[in-house]
Design a protein. Structure first.
Length: 225
């Protein structure tokens, strides 16, 4: 999607946080835009993780509000890359699942906020204002179960943490149905490189079939069910 021209006067825009939204559902993006545009400048809306990464680098928003399960590159890995080039950007994840291990991983990789979509209308303004003020905001709907995962560093996502970022990208693309040739085009590498990563992933995870590979990706939130 194209960047969005902020509304309002130049004076008003000076003190309004610049927000970049990301979700693969256009209806939700429009809903969040309408919800937030009265208080913040919505500078852009992305439909997948790679578009989010490109727009973030170009627009340099104050806050990124992103889904996690998105095509081509999931929100976690997109924001992991963004943090390296825009360390001051605030990241808020907005998703449907409150899996404690997922929340803990998001916080460990640098997220500043975590909300469930069902509570977005009532909590999103509070979350944005909190992270802009230097605090971390996690919805009360998931904090109890998340504390144990965050403190121990253990959980169902432990095997995923053993993969490199490139391996995670390859795994997601293949699990979404991309051929090795198409995945190679997206990642700007050769099909042989994709094949190398695929079979290294399968060996490391002791996975023996494509079906198991897809099941692993779904279980660990790389692709939506």
């Amino acid at each position: 999607m194209k960047p969005i021209e902020p509304q309002g006067t130049a004076v008003n825009r000076m003190h309004r946080p610049r927000i970049l939204l990301a979700d693969d559902h256009a209806i939700l993006l429009e809903a969040f835009q309408k919800l937030l545009e009265t208080e913040y400048d919505i500078v852009g809306m992305a439909n997948d993780g790679r578009e989010l990464l490109a727009m973030a680098v170009k627009l340099q928003p104050d806050v990124i509000v992103s889904d996690i399960s998105m095509p081509n590159l999931n929100g976690l890995d997109a924001c992991r890359k963004i943090k390296k080039v825009l360390p001051r950007a605030k990241l808020i994840f907005l998703t449907v699942t409150g899996d404690p291990d997922l929340v803990a991983e998001a916080i460990r990789m640098g997220a500043n906020g975590f909300l469930l979509k069902k509570s977005a209308a009532s909590e999103l303004f509070q979350a944005i204002n909190s992270v802009m003020g230097g605090s971390t905001y996690i919805t009360p709907l998931v904090t109890a179960g998340m504390i144990g995962s965050l403190m121990t560093g253990e959980g169902t996502r432990e095997s995923l943490d053993g993969l490199t970022v490139r391996q995670r990208e390859v795994l997601q693309l293949l699990a979404e149905g991309s051929t090795m040739k198409n995945a190679a085009r997206i990642l700007n590498v050769t099909p042989r490189t994709i094949a190398f990563h695929k079979y290294r992933i399968m060996e490391d995870l002791q996975i023996t079939s494509n079906a198991e590979l897809i099941q692993f990706a779904v279980k660990h939130g790389l692709v939506a069910t």
